[in-house]
Design a protein around this ligand. Sequence first.
Ligand SMILES: Nc1nc2c(ncn2[C@@H]2O[C@H](COP(=O)(O)OP(=O)(O)OP(=O)(O)O)[C@@H](O)[C@H]2O)c(=O)[nH]1
Ligand SMILES: [Mg+2]
Length: 600
Amino acid sequence: MIPPAETPELRNIAIIAHVDHGKTTLVDQMFRQSGAVKQGRQMEERAMDSMDLERERGITIAAKNCSVVWHGVKINILDTPGHADFGGEVERALSMVDGAILLVDAAEGPLPQTRFVLGKALEMGLAMVVVLNKIDRDDARPAEVLNEIYDLFIDLGASDEQIEFPALYSVGRDGTCKGSMEEEGGDLTLLFETVIKTVGPPRFDPAEPFQMRVANLDYSDYLGRLAIGRVVHGTAHESDALVCIGRGGESRPLRVTRLQVYDGLEIRHVSAVGPGEIAILAGIEDVEIGDTICTREQPRALERITVDEPTVAMRFGANTSPLAGREGAIVQARKIRERLRKETLQNVSIQVEEQVDDSILVKGRGELQMAILIETMRREGFELTVGRPQILFKEENGQRLEPIERLFVDCPEALIGVVSEKLALRKGRMVNLVNHGSGRVRMEYSIPSRGLIGYRNEFLTDTRGAGILNTYLDGYEPYRGDFPSRLTGSLVADRAGDAVAYALFHLEPRGTLFIAPGDVVYRGMVIGEHSRDRDLIVNPCKTKKLTNMRASGRDDNILLAPVQPMTLERAIEFIKEDEAVEVTPKSIRLRKQELAASAR
Ligand SMILES: Nc1nc2c(ncn2[C@@H]2O[C@H](COP(=O)(O)OP(=O)(O)OP(=O)(O)O)[C@@H](O)[C@H]2O)c(=O)[nH]1
Ligand SMILES: [Mg+2]
């Protein structure tokens, strides 16, 4: 039954796309043109990417709300991340909206994450507006890309209504758009009008009491825990006595202490929130994403938000290296456990499981998601040890199933050999190869998720940055058999001390070093990659026999190859099963789990 009432002056939309197709940039322009940027105020570029890590990396990590007003209609806009590892953010954002703008790069066309987010949006029955973005690119091919988008809609089983989507063409960066390639581009008026027309106003049932589904959590020092979500029916007022219905159907009483809504890039205090509005409600500490907040008289839970299952797991534990406690303020296993628990409250796509040995298994969607969590924690002052990412298997009728990805490689023709050789080693099967005739090829593989751990960096090196690699989770298949996680061994330090140039110089022919002269090392620390397939125990502190006075430390005559700084992602991808990464606010070190060679 269609509820009989609507809120004509309100719209809730999400912007979804593959990574880097221009979502956040377009939201910026919608902002500027709607007049949401107050007179005399400066607005930063890609203002929605407000987290430090987002600004540093130029990617969106968390979905965020904002709002604009267009000719009297308030549009709540949710900017979502495009990277596959943050897919949980998209699923949760879509639970708050009635429609979505699907942005597609007019040169790159639909890519794996376009498929993932569109699939989710269609499944939820959202109204779609398609925007072909970046038509200013020299290699833009809008007509072809539009056809590919139609194919994708059909392939994903879109309804007749959904498939009749309006398509616009835009240069998000300049804030221009048009209805066809033949027209002159204007400002974003056409986009606003199309969104308002295509995405209907929120509908609700006036006979129902207040119901709100919690889709996000935040925290304010002043107000405490904040529950964010869409009001599905009814109205709530400040100081109302309500209940929160949790996962098991249990209800906890609460009193609303403050209500707020999104107003531009800020939030605004209101005394009541009505149906359709996205509300920020304070007054309950004990609340989880997916809970329903409703009246005490008619407590009825809405369907919980479901997100896809995690596919990778990593072990987090206290830092047990000999250097523990020197660089970070928070080192206790208990504090790490508390912090990770808190993370699961904010992020439904992360789960934690305590292990018998006091470590914690953290489950999520991918290595980047894990790396961002670890990076956030080290900036908060934590020291940690983390293990190699493991893929989560499934058991079905006694058979072990593993996640399989669809992998798309776009690279110069000359590199087919090296790429396909590496992928075959990792149990990848080629399912398609298209030669564009332009010197570039597109290959499609079916490959275990396991095979992709550590591959991205290798791929970048092998293709010298000229290749593009994209994946999406294709499903589960029987285990395809073992293969080594890395073909090379490690160079492992045999003692504690400071690395010496003389020693490193003599180790260089053995492989690639991760440390520089003067770096502190300890027994069992991995200081480089061995070029052979086994570990090599070495002494990086060895000095020249004391025939001259400058024996230790710096030796001006020795020229060493520059050492690439170890990044968290590189470290996580590099380590083997019996190795770990030591993370502190200042350093990233690789190590053997067992530091004593005799115990390994
Ligand atoms: N040529 C061109 N580049 C654009 C346009 N719009 C955005 N870009 C560039 O594309 C890159 C990615 O833009 P973002 O807005 O961060 O993309 P996004 O979709 O929000 O990325 P994620 O949130 O990380 O998925 C930036 O370098 C932008 O400057 C456009 O219309 N034309
Ligand atoms: Mg973005």
